[in-house]
Design a protein around this ligand. Structure first.
Ligand code: ADP
Ligand code: MG
Length: 319
């Protein structure tokens, strides 16, 4: 059988139905054309996943696809944007139809779940590498930045922390957990939640926002640096999933929650007047507050305060 040509490959695997009120022209022309909602600005973010660096080459292709799209889309949610569509730059060592079938199915499923259609891309030969650029819309002037945190604001996190690091430990066979915990962690790792509706709700409440991709301390550190403030967080308030937390030592769980990466949760700050509304939202937790100065202080259970200089991202060294 002759090898699949470039255009057949695109037609067969990547001409997803991009039907959406925002897509005027999708895959197949020189450019995709998007209709941006009235009185909105365009938000753009791009993410690359390299085989052997970001994932093992033998990882399930559907999982690679879903994770790449969801990680990119997480940046839209963190800005308070809603998805318009995404482009895909795919570099493949060969036109492996089995791999492509699974990859494109996983991609399509994630695109449908996120309501973020594939609108175009580029296909080349080389070492396996996947780049996704997401496009979203935000009402004029409403983008949630890293730079607006004020002294006295509360610090909040959506969902749970540490799942990404625990999942990586599991994938690398450094921990063993129950079957339920394994299912939970693999789901969280390959299909991280992207909460666009939370980002939208936060447009009028949050003073700053970031998605936690490099670990809470690093990413809250980015908010502090951009805002010219410090933060004080309480160790025992960090939300850690019951599914796995008792599978490791408490110290390990807390370390992953503080400094592990790949959680794709939203970390945001908000003035005290929004506390009641935020507390009524499902799955957001107040973990501390913004203080004068720089860097992050961590209050531990025994009252001991760890002074920190993570602002310069020197790494985690509390335990
Ligand atoms: P051009 O040469 O004009 O840049 P290409 O031949 O690279 O166009 O691509 C043809 C069409 O297929 C374009 O609409 C492009 O967006 C789309 N496309 C190419 N590769 C992909 C891909 N991996 N996923 C989705 N669409 C793709
Ligand atoms: Mg062209």
């Amino acid at each position: 059988m002759p090898a699949l040509g470039e255009f057949d490959l695109i037609r067969r695997y990547f001409t997803h139905s991009s039907l959406s009120e925002h897509v005027v022209i999708g895959v197949g022309d020189d450019c995709a054309v998007l209709k941006i909602p009235a009185a909105c600005e365009l938000a753009i973010s791009i993410d690359t996943q390299v085989s052997g660096v970001h994932f093992h080459a033998d990882t399930d292709p559907a999982s690679i696809a879903a994770r790449t799209l969801r990680c990119a889309a997480s940046d839209l949610a963190a800005m308070g944007a809603e998805p318009l569509g995404f482009t895909l730059a795919l570099t493949l060592p060969s036109a492996d139809e089995n791999w492509l079938e699974k990859f494109s199915q996983g991609l399509l499923q994630a695109a449908q779940q996120l309501q973020c259609p594939l609108i175009g891309g580029d296909t080349t030969r080389g070492s396996l590498c996947i780049t996704i650029q997401v496009h979203g819309s935000i009402p004029l002037g409403k983008a949630l930045r890293r730079s607006g945190a004020k002294v006295g604001d509360s610090v909040w996190i959506s969902g749970t922390l540490g799942d990404g690091a625990a999942a990586l430990a599991l994938i690398e066979k450094n921990i063993t957990v129950s079957q339920d915990a394994e299912n939970y962690l693999l789901q969280r790792f390959y299909h991280p939640d992207v909460d666009f509706s939370l980002g939208v709700q936060l447009r009028d409440m949050a003073s700053s926002c970031i998605d936690v991709s490099d670990g809470l301390l690093a990413d809250l550190g980015h908010i502090c640096a951009a805002s010219g403030v410090g933060a004080r967080i309480a160790l025992e308030k960090l939300p850690i999933a019951v599914e796995w937390r008792s599978s490791v030592s408490e110290q390990q769980a807390q370390q992953w929650a503080l400094a592990g990466g790949d959680d794709y949760r939203l970390c945001f700050t908000a003035a005290p007047q929004h506390t009641a509304v935020l507390q009524s939202l499902h799955g957001v937790t107040c973990i501390g507050h913004i203080v004068e100065g720089a860097g992050i202080l961590i209050d531990a259970k025994n009252g001991f305060i760890h002074k920190d200089d993570f602002i310069h991202n020197k790494g985690f060294r509390h335990f």
